[in-house]
Design a protein around this ligand. Structure first.
Ligand SMILES: NC(=O)c1ccc[n+]([C@@H]2O[C@H](COP(=O)([O-])OP(=O)(O)OC[C@H]3O[C@@H](n4cnc5c(N)ncnc54)[C@H](O)[C@@H]3O)[C@@H](O)[C@H]2O)c1
Length: 363
């Protein structure tokens, strides 16, 4: 078992990582329990695949599942208000934890509900996708999408505990697993060149189900995220923004493809990271060889690496317009995370929309 502490003083918490952890979830949750029941928010796919395992792990506790439709569309006002009403209808007591059992969609949605119901209740993340295990379950960003864009409404609300069972990934569709792997690679690119080299050597084994590779990747990723979150919880110093390497491009790609199954978030991140490294090389920050190395690795595990693969070649102007709607854009210029080498991300805010559009049209 590995435990990573997110060191945020009174909001600090443990991330516990262990294969088979669901089986003893009840014991780990005992210190947080306020009543004889556990309220679990999940989605239909996760509940069908893993619900029984969680219920067994919770032991004698009465389990109250709230099972929502799967997919990004659930991060919406109607589903949020329905969820809050269900929680209130169950007589949720203040201080009673809500368990978010699912991927990033359930974590973001249930976490936001926990942030606002009765002016804030604790919640526990039990992430079941690779993306959620290495990224979204840690750090306290919660929220939903709005007509104006993705994640436009939300709150910082740290979980009280994160329980990661890599065995949950056995039920995950391979495409979702690969998409989550893009976020693993991200940690290497941001600040750990050795970890990127480890990914090159072990990424295929991880995706094929190697337990040691999965454990190492999850522990390294969570430790990296925990360090950054502890340094810059609310993204005020700029340190946390580095986690967005590839993400500004990714959000633009997702917006242009309608946030659909056409392009999963992690797939968009894979393309976005290659674009970030290519733009970095064009600006003389890193060598073209670095960008090629990233593209070769992501491609080798089956991730998309070019705009053409997303059907977006020639869409530079439209994508640049989306970049300006990003929450991080300032004074009419996008804020992009680039890199002056593998493992050395940095924020760049002096690129004009025209320059980005022109770059994207050639990329
Ligand atoms: N809060 C953050 O810091 C943060 C960071 C990154 C991404 N996100 C958000 O995360 C969301 C994406 O998360 P995601 O990729 O986990 O998607 P997701 O939650 O939609 O899960 C992907 C699919 O896999 C299914 N699934 C989940 N776990 C499963 C399992 N173990 N077995 C079988 N099926 C399973 C789900 O039902 C869904 O159909 C986006 O909304 C994104 O904005 C948030």
């Amino acid at each position: 078992m590995a435990t990573v502490r997110v060191a945020l003083a009174e909001r600090g918490y443990d991330v516990v990582i262990e294969a088979g952890l669901l089986g003893r979830a009840g014991a780990l949750l005992t210190p947080l329990a306020r009543t004889g029941r556990q309220i679990v928010v999940s989605d239909e796919n996760v509940w069908a695949a893993l619900g029984e395992r969680l219920v067994a792990g919770l032991g004698a506790t009465w389990v109250e599942p709230i099972v929502l439709p799967p997919g990004e569309a659930s991060k919406s006002w109607p589903v949020l208000t329905g969820l809050v009403d269900r929680l209130l209808g169950l007589g949720l007591e203040r201080g009673e934890p809500i368990l978010a059992f699912g991927g990033g969609v359930i974590g973001d949605l249930a976490g936001f509900a926990a942030a606002i119901v009765k002016r804030g209740c604790p919640f526990v993340q039990i992430p079941t996708t690779l993306l959620a295990q290495v990224d979204s379950s840690v750090g306290g960003k919660t929220g939903i999408n709005a007509a104006a864009g993705k994640n436009m409404v939300g709150a910082f609300h740290q979980p009280a505990l994160v329980l990661i069972d890599p065995d949950c990934l056995g039920a995950l569709p391979p495409r979702e697993l690969r998409a989550g792997y893009a976020e693993v690679v991200k940690y290497g690119l941001i600040g750990d060149a050795d970890f990127f080299a480890w990914c090159e050597a072990n990424g295929a084994a991880l995706l094929a189900g190697d337990p040691a590779a999965r454990a190492h990747a999850i522990e390294t990723s969570v430790a990296a995220k925990a360090t950054i979150v502890a340094e810059d919880e609310r993204e005020t110093t700029g340190r946390r923004a580095l986690l967005n390497l590839g993400h500004s491009f990714a959000h633009a790609l997702e917006a242009e493809t309608g946030f659909s199954h056409h392009l999963l978030h992690g797939e968009a991140v894979a393309i976005g990271m290659v674009l970030a490294l290519r733009l970095s090389a064009e600006r003389g920050l890193c060598g073209a060889g670095d960008a090629d190395r990233v593209a070769v690795h992501l491609k080798s595990v089956g991730l998309p690496t070019s705009l053409a693969e997303a059907g977006l070649d020639g869409a530079g102007a439209a994508l640049a317009a989306h970049l300006l709607h990003d929450k991080k854009a300032k004074a009419g210029r996008p804020m992009l995370i680039l890199a002056d080498g593998i493992g050395r991300a940095l924020a760049v805010a002096d690129i004009s929309p025209a320059e980005v559009a022109e770059f994207l049209d050639r990329a």
